[in-house]
Design a protein. Sequence first.
Length: 454
Amino acid sequence: MKQVVSFDRLARYEGNLPRYTSYPTAVQFTDDVGFSLYKEWLQALPEGEPVSLYLHVPFCDELCKFCACNTQVVNQEAIRTAYGDLLCDELMRLAGFLKTRRSVSFIHFGGGTPTTLPMIAMKKVMQTIYSLFDIQKDADISIELDPRHVSVEYFSNLHPLGFTRVSFGVQDLDPKVQKACGRIQSKELTAHCIDVVRQNHIHSVNIDLIYGLPNQTTESLRETIRSVVELKPDRLAVFGYAHVPWKFKRQTLLEGDVLPDSVERFQQRQVIDEILQEAGYQVIGLDHYALPHDTMSKAAQQGTLHRNFQGYTVDDAPALLGVGASSVSIVPQGIVQNHPSVAAYQKAMAGGGELPIVRGVERNEEDLLRWTVIERLMCDLHIDLKQVTSQYNKPDNFFDDALAKLKSFEDDGLVQITDYKITVTEEGRCFLRNIVVVFDTYYRVAPQRHAQAI
Ligand SMILES: C[S@@+](CC[C@H](N)C(=O)[O-])C[C@H]1O[C@@H](n2cnc3c(N)ncnc32)[C@H](O)[C@@H]1O
């Protein structure tokens, strides 16, 4: 068993913090930033550089009580199809606002459950993308799937449409945990889906897991992780359960015992980490694992891993353009978000030829500098501050206040600091959010805003 951080030290790092998938974080979005500014940003994107697309489909077939994603149960095919038409409409508007036809290196369909789009609607969306953008030959095109609600026929259409990667929600295999979460899904079903996608020429498979759920124990997780390893996913995202019932009332419906506290969560995370590393997975950033052949492992080794609203990514395009209700777009000049509810998104789309932006934030040079530091620490667990500050024409001592705040982390063995170089130790990995918050000048303590950091 690896050396663990002592429990009294753990208590000092408890608290709710942003996930740092962008900087500034979503808390800083305001309605001062809207369509007209985003349009200027789009038109100023350098020609010749690829863009990435994120498409959000906010529908599911069933409600998972733990879910903290923008989704709702919608079963009517007509509503799902009409939503697909709106995605096509928004894509056409977006392409119109870009100065030239762009090449696309990454496309991700997230949700909700994007396969709730009927195949005919999905084909229309993909054809619209192919008609408006030049999809690079080696483009990474991925989709999130719910193994309980996808047909063999749907799987067989993914590769012909260009999909290269799928992500399956699993969360936990223990029946007691599944019951508490209202998500019953056998290992056999997940295994069958993985076989079928692989037979259908999709060779990169991710599995999502969650720890910190009701009824989970280190022992039950040991079983789950051993079983998941047998499925040989190429990648795993292992999230700490984000309990934010003030945002998502469905979480108050969770059954079972009280939620594991931060000491139990920490121990659960350790068990998962040990089994996955023993099985040959490389640990990536805060919460991802990948086999050595996977592009995410290679990017982590080469220092080219990135972070965006989807979590860790190998996507290195300078602009991520979001489409669909609640989607977030990130360009160097700033970040914008579409209307989150389907009703408001539909209304905004019906209101004219604009993009359905509801809020956002403009980024200045200092925001970009701070994002560079936060992103590199979250991805590489290392940063040479002198090198970065000089790139942004700032003095070497620009981050002295932040370094002073890291002193207690250094004393706890979570970071090492020499000559403005910060290295997060293996012990410090699970405290990455606590470490990078010292570089966030906007952060204010507010209990009901973010999820638990550990
Ligand atoms: C939008 S969901 C898509 C999953 C897919 N629709 C399915 O049902 O399998 C993406 C992932 O977010 C993660 N997630 C959702 N709610 C979460 C929460 N409260 N805390 C941590 N992770 C969460 C889950 O691991 C989930 O698989």
